[in-house]
Design a protein around this ligand. Sequence first.
Ligand SMILES: Nc1ncnc2c1ncn2[C@@H]1O[C@H](COP(=O)(O)OP(=O)(O)OP(=O)(O)O)[C@@H](O)[C@H]1O
Length: 274
Amino acid sequence: MIGQAAAVIPSGVSPDGMTSPDQAAVSVRNLDVRFGDGENAVTALSDVSVEIKAGSFVTMIGPSGCGKSTLLRAIADLVPASEGEIVVLGHTPADARRDRNFSFVFQEATLLPWRSAIDNVRLPLEVGGGGTVDDGEPARLLEVVGLAGRENALPSELSGGMRQRVAIARALVTKPKILLMDEPFGALDEITRDKLNEELLRIWQETGTTIVFVTHSIPEAAFLGQQVLVLASHPGRVKEFMAVDLPYPRRLTDRDTLAFVEISAHLRRLLEEC
Ligand SMILES: Nc1ncnc2c1ncn2[C@@H]1O[C@H](COP(=O)(O)OP(=O)(O)OP(=O)(O)O)[C@@H](O)[C@H]1O
């Protein structure tokens, strides 16, 4: 072939733009994030490298202030890298954000109080355009998160757990390839949290979305994740990227098994060293 340059295809992306399970959804390479200057400078993350495979479920845990939210925000293009590189589905975080390759779920549901549940779920489609999303998708997603029949309820008429379900449905409505979740169940009571943990695993298996999930809870990290990224603090850095060798589907009762207790104990020891 004369005079035709080969197309440059970013790693992790095939020529048709699809990812395969062994490809990285997110590659973080030698990432440093610093805030402020001079005496007030804070190194939130130092030399962090991690590869998150497409379709995987990764939980992130570490002591308060070790940089968990900062890492999630850097992947989401909400915080700039000071050094190093982040590649999201073969693109820069800014391009991945523009292409709506990921959605973010925060600890607070941040719903618009004057809009019904279904209108909150619809919001990203109204703001960014529906693209290929079917009109029935918001209602279907409310059903997926267990809120069929509550489509017209206002946020003030829903419990905290229900509001967070609406936030998850809203995050899924654009069919993101990656879901970034920052302590999404941290403000909920234990029973509701457990229930949402099981539901989130079901949603993950149904959608095939890559999930990166920050938590302070050792059982939650071990129950949900295929891998747990443990961060140490001062400065924030990778302590261990640990595989959780437990089969799916997982049930809450699996947390009583010896294998689960041993994994949790290992995570606790790691955190004590952080
Ligand atoms: N916008 C910012 N400006 C200045 N410093 C910041 C900013 N965001 C985070 N930091 C600092 O960076 C460090 C990491 O913060 P980060 O919120 O990422 O930690 P975390 O592990 O998520 O904490 P927690 O578990 O308490 O939520 C902390 O020292 C924090 O004070």
